[in-house]
Ligand binder design. Structure first.
Ligand code: BES
Ligand code: MN
Ligand code: MN
Length: 463
């Protein structure tokens, strides 16, 4: 394919400016106060798809935030790529830790991004990565090289669990038929070590509450004589891991797919610098399940983590009080073949069973989803690998990620298609954190790699 680097060089500044305009819209899906801004972002994505060459663009209302659908069909006998992404973003809090306002994007150089990075909430997750696909479509249409059919489905509720998208997919299977699903919402190892994400972890997210006495009590008058819900909750949580950091919930590991020694050896070949990892996080040691490496702990092994814990007095100074209630939010990252609903039930049964007399315990499931593994012996994977080789000059390394995109396994169930995860972000891009950013080089490299994928995928399908 010709003119791809040339087209990108020529339109580079406009590509950056357009992404910056999209990043100015605070499309925070979790907070109802931003509903209008979320809708505005959906409309902006719809307009961008039209401008890039889609023949049909629709904004589908849901019970929550809208889904943007666009398509450009080139021929009945040609393969169809379905692009999925999300235009919603995480809440920007804590605001005071941002060096520049989260919805006023700026470009700044960093050590890992010497050509500059765009700092804004959503820059990498996922507006920047989603918009690479819109610009890649523009490039292919305007240079007359779109080789196959393309459909876009960009949602506004990924960060809050995609429940309305699940309904939309189930109700629109015909419309969404495709040969491969393409997503850029993950990362890669480093700018000089391209990688393709071959797995995502599943998720079960729950909230627990421990209730003791019917009111907050004086900690001197009652302390020692009644169960303190915060003490009890801390003890219960601590008991969920044993001395080897294995999770103690009965049945939790029963369905975990164990990797063979050969697969683990293969995995261990992926470049990883433990000293640099520790240095970047300012920690003097890593921590985790005995018998597994850091890369295994955060990808092929399931985990249980408290995400938030609260109760009692947390204001200025001291208040002597035994709180009536204590709470925690807990996430469990799951691996193939753990079933998230089953794990949620196992957690609930176990957590309720370990509650001591004197407190009541409740477990409220939030959301979840299954993990996913991309097979590597497919046309889709081979086309992606060749696309990276063309744009990076190097074969990409397969890498299983620890993050979750629960809708991916549902795509396979409902639409029967596999997903290729072409992520261009770095772990250090601070997604979900203050000062989220996305390298300009990464953004442009994505726009360059995607058209090669379309080309090779179409050729390999026709061979
Ligand atoms: N894009 C991320 C997931 C991700 C990031 C996967 C990097 C792999 C590498 C996605 O937007 C996300 O944040 N997912 C949530 C789950 C969702 C149900 C809220 C997650 O992983 O916590
Ligand atoms: Mn995302
Ligand atoms: Mn996210």
């Amino acid at each position: 394919m010709q003119h791809i680097p040339e087209y990108i060089a020529q339109h580079k500044q406009r590509f950056i400016d357009e992404l910056i305009a999209l990043l100015r819209l605070p499309s925070v899906s979790a907070d109802p106060a931003f509903a209008k801004e979320v809708l505005g972002a959906a409309q902006a994505v719809g307009a961008a798809l039209e401008d890039a060459g889609c023949d049909t663009v629709e904004i589908h209302k849901t019970d929550g935030h809208p889904i943007v659908y666009g398509e450009k069909l080139m021929g009945k006998d040609l393969p169809t790529v379905l692009v999925y992404g999300h235009y919603d973003v995480q809440p920007p809090d804590p605001l005071d830790l941002w060096n520049s306002p989260p919805f006023e994007p700026i470009v700044q150089k960093t050590e890992l991004h010497p050509e500059g990075a765009i700092f804004a909430r959503g820059a990498c997750d996922d507006k920047g990565q989603m918009y690479m696909h819109v610009k890649a479509l523009e490039l292919m249409v305007r240079t007359g090289q779109l080789p196959c059919n393309v459909k876009f489905m960009i949602e506004g509720e990924e960060e809050v669990g995609s429940s309305n998208l699940a309904t939309f997919v189930a109700q629109n299977r015909e419309k969404l038929t495709n040969d491969i699903i393409l997503i850029s919402d993950t990362g890669m190892i480093a700018n000089d070590i391209p990688s393709i994400t071959t797995g995502l972890r599943g998720l079960s997210y729950v909230e627990v509450a421990v209730t003791g006495p019917n009111r907050d009590l004086h900690s001197g008058l009652y302390g020692g004589a009644v169960a303190n819900p915060i003490n009890v909750l801390a003890k219960m949580i601590a008991s969920l891991h044993d001395e080897n950091n294995h999770i103690t919930i009965p049945g939790f590991y029963d369905k975990v797919a164990e990797l063979s020694e050969r697969e683990r050896a293969e995995m261990a070949k992926a470049p990883f610098d433990l000293e640099a990892y520790k240095k970047a996080l300012d920690i003097d040691a890593v921590y985790g399940e005995k018998g597994f490496t850091t890369n295994e702990r955060n990808s092929i092994r399931p985990t249980l983590d408290v995400n938030g814990i609260w109760g009692g007095y947390t204001g200025e100074g001291a208040k002597t009080v035994i709180a009536s209630k204590a709470y925690a939010k807990i996430s469990m990252r799951l691996v193939p073949h753990q079933d998230w609903e089953e794990i949620t039930q196992l957690f609930k049964n176990h957590f309720e069973s370990i509650a001591p007399a004197g407190v009541k315990v409740s477990v409220k499931p939030h959301h979840g989803g299954q993990g996913y593994v991309t097979p590597m012996d497919t046309i889709g994977y081979r086309a992606a690998s060749k696309a990276y080789e063309t744009s990076f000059g190097k074969k990409p390394v397969p890498q299983r990620s620890g993050g979750s995109i629960p809708i991916v396994s549902l795509f396979e169930e409902e639409l029967g298609s596999k997903t290729i995860l072409m992520g261009f972000g770095l772990d250090s891009d601070a997604i979900h954190s203050p000062n989220e950013h996305f390298g300009v080089w990464n953004y442009l490299k994505g726009i360059e790699t995607i058209p090669y994928f379309y080309q090779y995928f179409t050729e390999m399908n026709q061979a």
